[in-house]
Design a protein around this ligand. Structure first.
Ligand code: CXF
Ligand code: ZN
Length: 378
């Protein structure tokens, strides 16, 4: 009955950087061609929501509807949408999978070039918003998902249909944290059995990397964090050893890791978002084959600094990984099946559950619990 008409509903609108989100009534336009309108059932927070909540410089823009880890039910579809229909349960994804461009057709990439990833305020295809305030003011989108709303509109290339039997409070995690961390270990790094892994930053991404590394049969998983409590937490995710980065005396982290591993880790993952830590991660892995995967998001414009000669003779690999290298439409169903088969357990990822009206409380909880928040330093 709502198809084709605007829907009036509640959303948590980010009006000013760092100010509490405002739960207000908004209008959500019907989906345009190739779009899907989704009723959000469950959404989780990712640290990137906090980053873009606080950020005062472009690509920040306000008022905006944040949120990009979610699951929902298709309320209606626009013209030319055949892949999903009303009532289907879907995960919206911040990366597109158009299935047509050279990159989507290649097994080697998850970076769609028809609808490239960017942090901009619109829908991917039309550069317009589907959200307005009750007085007609434009509200901006976030990462093509904007899940902090009862209803959102997402392009069909950013939607993955899932088994409705998957519990929503676990399914939503596949929208960012689990796909990114597990994907980074299993796909981008392709962690080998018996190997040694070091993870900088044990937030949800770092912990998901540990899960993935464990699934791949890693032998040693060294967690690094400024918060010593993260060792006990990390153990539940597969972390076997721990370094408190504030406790290395006069040694650098990479020196400590070289000593522990007899020459460096096979894989290192940067999950904080600090260029200096990327350098430390690169220095921590073994010459000849060590692989460093960058997952953290540093300040816009942050630069890496390496000596050319060191790179030349290191034989190491340094790579970034958006969404863990996961191709939304083909790889996410495989990861979801691993969850359904109980190979991948996710219960430990969920520490608190709050009602939508308490979303600001959820922001506070995430900021309290993490140390990466301090390290972001926007
Ligand atoms: C991130 C990826 C890098 C840019 C900001 C958003 N994705 C999800 O958290
Ligand atoms: Zn995220």
């Amino acid at each position: 009955k709502t198809a084709g008409k605007p829907i009036r509903c509640k959303a948590a609108v980010c009006r000013e950087p760092g100010e509490p989100l405002v739960i207000e009534e908004i209008m959500v336009a019907p989906p345009s061609p190739y779009e899907v309108r989704i009723r959000i059932i469950c959404t989780s927070l990712c640290h990137s929501d906090i980053t873009f909540w606080k950020l005062k410089v472009p690509p920040a823009c306000f008022p905006r509807i944040l949120g990009h880890e979610a699951v929902g039910v298709v309320e209606s579809v626009g013209e030319n949408v055949e892949e999903v229909a009303e009532g289907d349960v879907v995960i919206p994804t911040f990366l597109s999978d158009c299935g047509e461009c050279a990159d989507c057709c290649s097994e080697k990439s998850n970076l769609c070039s028809k609808f490239p990833f960017k942090v901009h305020p619109w829908m991917p295809r039309y550069e317009t918003s589907r959200f307005t305030g009750l007085k007609g003011e434009v509200l901006y989108h976030f990462l093509f998902v904007s899940s902090f709303s009862e209803y959102t509109v997402v392009d069909i290339t950013h939607v993955v249909k899932i088994d409705p039997a998957i519990p929503p409070n676990r399914a939503c995690l596949f929208g960012c944290c689990v796909a990114t961390g597990v994907g980074a270990a299993c796909k981008t790094a392709n962690v080998g059995a018996g190997s040694t892994v070091v993870i900088f930053g044990l937030g949800s991404i770092g912990l998901a990397v540990a899960k993935g590394a464990r699934l791949c049969g890693a032998n040693r998983i060294i967690g690094v964090d400024v918060n010593p409590e993260k060792f006990e937490i990390g153990k539940k995710f597969g972390v076997t050893e721990f370094i408190n980065s504030r406790d290395c005396g006069n040694k650098s982290l990479s020196q400590v890791i070289h000593e522990m591993t007899g020459g460096g880790a096979d894989y290192s993952f940067e999950c904080v978002g600090l260029a200096s830590l990327v350098q430390e991660a690169y220095a921590s892995c073994r010459q000849g084959w060590g692989k460093t995967i960058v997952l953290g998001v540093d300040k816009p414009g942050a630069q890496l600094n390496f000596r050319s000669f060191d790179v030349l003779h290191s034989g190491k690999i340094l790579t970034g990984s958006l969404f863990g290298g996961v191709k939304a439409k083909s790889d996410l169903p495989v990861l979801l099946k691993r969850y359904m088969d109980k190979e991948l357990q996710l219960d430990e990822f969920v520490t608190h559950e709050v009602g939508f009206e308490d979303i600001n409380k959820a922001f506070e909880l995430l900021m309290e619990g993490t140390v990466s928040d301090v390290l972001y330093g926007w």
